[in-house]
Design a protein around this ligand. Structure first.
Ligand SMILES: NC(=O)c1ccc[n+]([C@@H]2O[C@H](COP(=O)([O-])OP(=O)(O)OC[C@H]3O[C@@H](n4cnc5c(N)ncnc54)[C@H](OP(=O)(O)O)[C@@H]3O)[C@@H](O)[C@H]2O)c1
Length: 290
């Protein structure tokens, strides 16, 4: 039976460390959140980030725009935040409405305040293994989960399901880096990958980030593989008051029988993403306060 990697516990450790660190600073880090529209998942993610910031002693500002906001209006506002010396980190919550170009929006943020790590400069720094840059919070959170569980990727075959800029690609770059806990051999799978189950069966470590409920089944998993489930899927469930339940991209109960370690959903990668956002905000503050 797999050992469960407790993301809530590890995230709480990071939050406690950051709380102490923030207390010792001369000023107060501040992160600005921009939300567009009223997508329920976005509202809940931003609320969680806001609450965690307050817990640590990080200031936060929430700016909500209607679904009808124009690209130019958004750019003008980001420019104001870029120029505001009291704001150290800026996060634009995705997804954005289809008339807004996400890539251009992320690029508009000053790279020094890009605590989400989606700016071209920060993605470039990740490729170059330049640690002054910001790395996307979810992949960084997965690395922290592995490190703090003493699971090194050195020489391991890591198979990543999903090639998004938010999870799959940056995680591949972190895993393949030279350095402690990394040095992995990486395979990235996506919707055009042939023989995907065969590739997953070769994995020492599987990172599932597709957004496909319970896609990864026990027959795809090698005995004693480490399984990291990034997926957050809402599946209809009439027995619940909310009418849905959250599930990952992995068939948790069956895969737990074969894996050596596994992350649950919820309570695995999700809390780490928020904790690493806070870590990036403190890093941004420190860099801007030099
Ligand atoms: N825990 C957290 O904090 C956290 C953070 C971010 C995201 N998530 C969750 O992680 C999941 C992925 O998010 P994302 O933003 O990376 O999603 P995304 O941008 O939609 O990317 C999904 C990736 O999965 C691939 N894919 C989809 N169906 C596939 C299939 N049947 N076979 C093989 N590959 C397939 C896609 O391939 P193509 O590129 O070919 O389309 C794409 O590369 C979602 O459930 C999301 O909610 C969780």
């Amino acid at each position: 039976m797999a050992e469960i990697i407790d993301g809530n516990k590890i995230a709480a450790e990071i939050i406690a460390e950051l709380t102490n660190e923030v207390r010792s600073l001369r000023g107060t880090p501040c992160v600005a959140f921009i939300r567009v529209g009223d997508d329920p998942a976005s509202i809940s993610y931003v609320r969680k980030k806001d609450k965690t910031a307050a817990e640590i002693g990080i200031k936060s500002r929430l700016h909500v725009f209607p679904e009808t906001v124009t690209q130019e209006e958004l750019f003008t506002f980001i420019d104001q935040l870029n120029a505001d010396k009291t704001v150290h980190g800026i996060l634009v919550q995705a997804p954005l409405p289809s008339h807004i170009d996400e890539t251009l929006t992320f690029r508009r943020i000053d790279a020094a305040k890009d605590v989400d790590g989606f700016h071209t400069v920060n993605l470039g720094k990740l490729c170059q293994e330049d640690r002054s840059g910001f790395v996307a919070c979810t992949p960084q959170g997965i690395m922290e989960l592995l490190e703090r569980s003493n699971l090194s990727l050195e020489g391991k075959h890591v198979v990543i399901l999903g090639r998004s800029l938010i999870v799959g690609k940056p995680f591949a770059l972190l895993a393949v880096q030279k350095g402690p806990f990394a040095n992995a051999t990486v395979t990235i799978c996506h919707s055009r990958t042939k023989n995907l189950p065969e590739l997953v069966r070769q994995a020492d470590v599987v990172v599932a980030a597709m957004g496909k409920p319970e896609f990864v089944t026990a027959d795809m998993i090698k005995e004693n593989a480490v399984v990291i489930d990034v997926g957050i899927n809402r599946v209809a469930d009439a027995s619940r008051k909310s009418g849905y339940r959250l599930t990952g991209d992995v068939d948790f109960s069956a895969v737990s029988e074969k894996a050596s370690h596994i992350t649950p959903v919820p309570g695995g990668v999700g809390p780490m993403t928020v904790a690493l956002l806070m870590k990036n905000t403190v890093k941004a503050y420190r860099q801007q306060s030099r």
